[in-house]
Design a binder for this molecule. Structure first.
Ligand code: PNW
Length: 453
């Protein structure tokens, strides 16, 4: 029975994939070990003034050495899936050329350990740590070609055991936030024409990566990406505002997810960019539009959108206000409804075969209590609210297959260093001791019962 006292209103589908997510540079450390090449984030974090307090990922959570313990944390939570990323420069220290067997060995040990623990690996191939040896980074089209070679190589090596590949993580972050506003590595502020070219190389890397994975992977391999599409909540749940949200999502993601799902840049984007529009070569758009097995979305926040009846097809994105609630990161406005509406909008616009939430979670300034535990009631509140809306999505039949909580443990939060912590396990960075926070206890119970209570 659905709903009512004693009903099953809070239940998730029986085969729902609960998971946790991390990324290589944020947890691994071991940056000089076993032949790993330097990355843009090594350079950036060692440049004075770029990262809070001068923090770096040199050691991070030391997962390069402690991965077995981390698999133990996942097992104790009862998660069915783990999303991690591969450090491209462990596999190809120079970004291309001769592969480094010791780097690959690390991921083989990790994959085998996960499978032995009954946990399904979901592999992200690029989560922002770009081999520093690649000239020009994402400004150079050759980086997209090098990515495809690396993606195909990985698929050939691990698709006997890894069945889910995400090409890239969050196009907007490693393009706009890295080359336009410059808060992330390499910290550039380029003119729009060059930014659009970087964006194009990002989606091209994804598309060529999909093709390369399919060419080298075993049959049955699932390929998609993890994107932080800009998503919205309708002002009211009425057809006119819901339509406005759909138009807004399609327009605001024109250079990223819309191009990937439609295989072209929509006219309004090209018209708006004019002479700054990206230079596209023959075959690029077909590659970018390669069919996917799933779309994963990192869902943190989203503005409200209303229909603007003063112009045809008009919509207005309502700004957040100074008093709007947010978590410890200044950008992280608490908007639980965007979990449902983001998934529903993407489903209605493009009908991907399957959807995943590849990240959701929050930073919270939680003190360690006298008993050594972190009682992160705010994080539990945040998660419970967002998951209520995820449950609505599954209840209404949207094809959402899984959810990855960001993050398994406190880690290197990019330009915020270790000042903003997203973990459901506390990490004492002096001793590397991991301790479950209250939110980990809560998540374990959710997974065990498979329902919100
Ligand atoms: C994601 N925003 O980044 C990344 O995929 C993770 O590596 C990161 O640790 C996590 O979310 C928490 O920040 C984002 O400004 C960065 O909306 C910025 C935004 C969203 C996600």
């Amino acid at each position: 029975p659905a709903g009512g006292i004693g009903g099953d209103a809070g239940a998730f589908p029986a085969d729902f994939q609960w998971g946790c997510a991390t990324a290589a540079y944020q947890i691994e450390g071991g940056v000089k070990e076993d032949g790993r090449g330097a990355t843009n984030w090594d350079v950036f974090s060692h440049t004075p003034g770029k990262v809070a307090r001068g923090d770096t990922g040199d050691v991070a959570c030391d997962s390069y050495h402690r991965y077995a313990e981390d698999i133990g944390l996942l097992k104790a939570l009862g998660v069915k899936a783990y999303r991690f990323s591969v450090a491209w420069s462990r596999i190809f220290p120079e970004g291309k050329g001769k592969p480094n067997a010791k780097g690959l060995d690390y991921y083989n040990r990790l994959i085998d350990g996960l499978l032995a623990a009954g946990i399904t690996p979901h592999m992200t191939l690029f989560h922002w740590d770009l081999p520093a040896a690649l000239p020009g980074g994402w400004q150079n089209r050759d980086t997209a070609l090098a990515f495809a070679d690396y993606a195909g190589f990985m698929a050939g090596k691990v698709s006997d055991r890894v069945k889910h590949f995400m090409t890239v993580n969050e196009l907007r972050c490693f393009t706009d936030l890295s080359y336009m506003t410059g808060g992330k590595a390499p910290g550039l502020k380029l003119p729009m024409g060059e930014v659009n070219q970087v964006r194009h190389h990002g989606v091209l890397a994804h598309g060529l990566g999909v093709q390369a994975i399919r060419a080298h992977a075993r049959p049955g391999t699932q390929v998609g990406l993890a994107d932080n599409a800009t998503i919205f909540v309708p002002a009211l749940e009425t057809p006119e505002h819901i339509d406005a949200v759909k138009r807004a999502v399609r327009e605001e993601n024109a250079m990223f997810l819309t191009a990937i799902m439609e295989g072209r840049y929509i006219d309004s984007y090209l018209a708006a960019q004019g002479k700054d529009a990206p230079k596209v070569q023959a075959g690029d758009m077909a590659a970018i539009g390669s069919p996917l097995d799933f779309v994963s979305v990192n869902i943190y926040t989203g503005n409200t959108v209303r229909a603007d009846v003063t112009k045809p097809g008009g919509y207005e994105i309502l700004p957040h206000l100074p008093q709007s609630p947010r978590m410890a990161s200044p950008w992280l406005y608490v908007t639980p409804e965007v979990m449902y509406w983001g998934l529903r909008t993407i489903h209605e616009l493009w009908q991907p075969k399957a959807l995943y939430v590849s990240e959701n979670g929050c930073s919270a300034d939680d003190p360690v209590a006298a008993d050594g535990k972190v009682y992160d009631a705010d994080r539990v509140m945040y998660l419970r609210n967002y998951l209520t809306h995820l449950q609505r999505a599954t209840r209404e039949g949207l094809p959402v297959k899984g959810y990855f909580l960001w993050s398994l443990m406190d880690n290197f939060e990019w330009e915020d260093g270790y000042t903003k912590l997203f973990g459901i396990h506390h990490v004492d960075f002096a001793t590397q001791k991991r301790t479950p926070k209250m939110s980990a206890d809560w998540y374990r119970e959710l997974i065990r019962t498979n329902r919100l209570v």
